[in-house]
Ligand binder design. Sequence first.
Ligand code: FES
Ligand code: FES
Length: 195
Amino acid sequence: MKRSIRFRLNGRPTTLETDGDRTLLWVLRSDLEATGTKYGCGVGLCGSCTVVVDGEAVRSCQTPLSAVDGKEVVTIEGLAADDGRLHPLQQAFLDHGGYQCGYCTPGMIMNAYALLRSQPHPTRQQILDAMDGNLCRCSAYQRIVTAIEGVAAWGDAGDGRRSLRDPGPESGQAPSQTSGEASAGVVGGSTGGAR
Ligand code: FES
Ligand code: FES
């Protein structure tokens, strides 16, 4: 049954008149052109569809749209700064080669984003535990964990808006930059793998 559902998507007020039983994943992809969020297994097992709702990582393939009514939804499209600078996690994935095909990358980054928001300095074991349910068919796991560790060591990446050139609170150094060519179209914006 159609109903009015309101939420904020990447900071923008969003209202839909639709069936609240539809999954958040398909509404994002089909109605809102937020195709950075990926369909993998469709049954809650792979994590490729992970988005963040009110600070919590959720599997959008298992989340009815009605569950986000009145909430704040962040997808991979919402991480880069308004001026186009990548979120530190996106940059770290580039710097450390934390992807191959990139299909799992948006879900990996959103899961890591939720982790760092709640726990800015997780240990390696805590990162492993938090990322355990996100699968990468290309098996880029070591590089993914190294990328997240790098941001965690630098600290305070959960806000998603800090300049990479700002000194970190502890290390005094930001993650290294890569070329603009390498940054383009991989994990920024609505990309991060095939549509
Ligand atoms: S597509 Fe949602 S967990 Fe796999
Ligand atoms: S990089 Fe290909 S699935 Fe993870």
